[in-house]
Design a protein around this ligand. Structure first.
Ligand SMILES: [Zn+2]
Ligand SMILES: [Zn+2]
Length: 179
């Protein structure tokens, strides 16, 4: 009998990623509103386009790399969706984040893996998020629009059947670039 393959633990990387996101998030959130506190958490269970009552949503794509835990192949993508749900009450703000996963197109039934986003793009993403918080949670009248993220060259087409956001029907419909 063949034992099923067990992917190596990614807990260490996840923790590091979380620390980096939290540090960048806190440094930006501190400037939102004196006296208010904001907290970021990752939540795989938030549903795009269905925030809980009283919660606001921000959804955006960015660039990241993925690495297959089965064959260690890695690939870049400019269609990496991240959904944020945010809520502010009595000066206590919570942001829940869910970056969407992709899986390897070469391996059979490869597990979905989380994106690795560069510090630069995490900064841009969270800067855009802060602007959305100002508009949606503090009702500030700011100009709409997002700071563009830094894209990488992607030589092969986006693979909808290997993209969690495509499977859920929420992948970017931005037609200004193909991949
Ligand atoms: Zn693979
Ligand atoms: Zn997609």
């Amino acid at each position: 009998m063949i034992r099923s393959y067990e992917p190596p633990s990614t807990t260490g990387t996840d923790t590091m990623t979380q620390v980096e996101w939290t540090q960048i998030f806190q440094s930006k959130a501190n400037t939102l509103q004196p006296g208010d506190s904001w907290h970021l958490e990752f939540d795989e269970n938030i549903v795009p386009d269905s925030p809980n009552p009283g919660w606001k949503q921000y959804i955006r794509n960015t660039t990241a790399r993925f690495k297959c835990t089965k064959c260690t192949r890695s690939w870049p993508s400019n269609k990496v969706m991240v959904v944020f749900h945010m809520h502010l009450t009595n000066g206590q703000g919570i942001v829940k984040a869910r970056p969407f996963r992709q899986n390897c197109k070469v391996c059979h039934e490869a597990p979905m893996v989380k994106p690795k986003i560069t510090s630069e793009n995490i900064n841009i993403l969270l800067e855009n998020l802060m602007k959305k918080i100002r508009i949606k949670c503090y009702n500030e009248n700011l100009e709409r629009g997002d700071r563009p993220f830094r894209r990488v060259e992607v030589k092969s087409p986006h693979e909808p059947s290997h993209c969690e956001a495509c499977i859920l029907g929420i992948c970017t419909k931005d037609s200004t670039f193909m991949y």
